[in-house]
Design a binder for this molecule. Sequence first.
Ligand SMILES: [Zn+2]
Length: 118
Amino acid sequence: MKPRKVRCYRGYASVPARWNIEVFYTVPDMYLIKLFTCIECGEIFVIDFENPSFAGKTAQEIAGDTVCPKCGKPLRETIRPYPENFRTDDGREGHFEPERIIPPDSESFVKDLWELGV
Ligand SMILES: [Zn+2]
């Protein structure tokens, strides 16, 4: 696992009685860089499915024996697609569907995330 810079867009999610929770997402139609979260603690990871050695593998298989650097849980058990699933800073679980419309590049930003499987 090593850090990787990933271009992301902002979204605003809600959970019951809480709004404007900032989440972020990549543009899935353009490239196969997908985000995942450790649902136990909320840490975010990236998997680059364009990597030929990942062909036919699931996120769980790519995570392998890796443990979450934040909470120490085995990622094989805690990894979920993000931001479809996310953990709020007050420990609640939420869900967010990114826009199908690709926002302008000017609205993107770059985040440092843990890349799994490398
Ligand atoms: Zn974790």
